[in-house]
Design a binder for this molecule. Sequence first.
Ligand code: SAM
Length: 246
Amino acid sequence: MQLKRFFIKDLGLELSKTYELKQEDYNYIVNVMRLRLNDTLSIANNTGYDFLCQIVSITKNGITIKVLEKEENLSESKVNVTVCQALVKGDKFEFITQKIVELGVNTLIPFTSTFTIVKDNTQKTERLNKIAEQASSQCGRSKTLNITEIVSIKDLPKLLNSYDLVLLAYEKANFSLQTVLKNSKNCKNIAIIVGSEGGFSESEVTYLEKELKNLKTVSLGLRILRSETASIVLTSAVMYEMGELS
Ligand code: SAM
C-alpha cells in the first residue's frame, strides 16, 4: 500500500519521540483515511522535512504516533514565488489556491481593487488553508501556502518592494512575457499580480508602475483569459523559465 501523506502544520516533530495528535487529525487519519494501529504514515509540518511515523496507539479519544525517520524534502521550489490574486467569484479562488500550491508557489496575497465584484472572502480562510494543506500533501511538498490577509491593491507596493521582479498581467501591456522572463533568470524572488473578472483600471496600473520599481506589465497574448487561467498560466510560465518544471 502506498504511504499516505499528511500535513500537520503546527506539529513540532523529533526523531524517536511520540506525539498525541489533535482530535481533527485523529478524525482525518482514522475515520477518513482509515489507518490502523502499527500503520506507517508520512507527516509534513512546514519545516522542509518529511517524517516517517508509525501509529503506536489508537483509543476512542486519540491517536499517538512515533517518529521513525526524518528526511529532507527536495520538492520545494528554488525560486520564491508569490501570487497576488484579486478576489474572484464562486469557487475560482479555491481552484487557484490548489493549482498554485501544485506549481510550487509559497505565498498567496488576496486583494481587492476597483473592479473586484467580491470584496471579502475571509469566511473562506479556513477552507482555503485546508485546500492548500491537502494540495501540499497530495503533490509531495513539505511546506504549505502562506495565505495572507486580504489587502487593497494600494497596499501591494509596500508588500512587494523587496522582490527582484514583479509581473503584472495586463491585457494592454507592451512587454512580452517571454522577453522579460528570458532576462530574469537570476531572480530569486518573483511576484505576479493578476486582476479579477473586471480587470484593472488604468489608474491602478499607473499607480503600480509608479510605486513598484521592479514591476513589468506583461501581456499573456491577444486573447483575454479568465482570471484563474491567467494566474495559472503566468505561474506556470515563471516556473518553466526558472527550471522548476524540468
Ligand atoms: N475585464 C478585463 C477586460 O475585458 O479587459 C479582463 C479581465 S481578465 C478576465 C482577468 C485578469 O486576467 C486581468 O486583469 C489580467 O490580470 C489577466 N489577463 C487575462 N488575459 C490577459 C492577457 N491576454 N494578457 C495579460 N493579462 C491577462
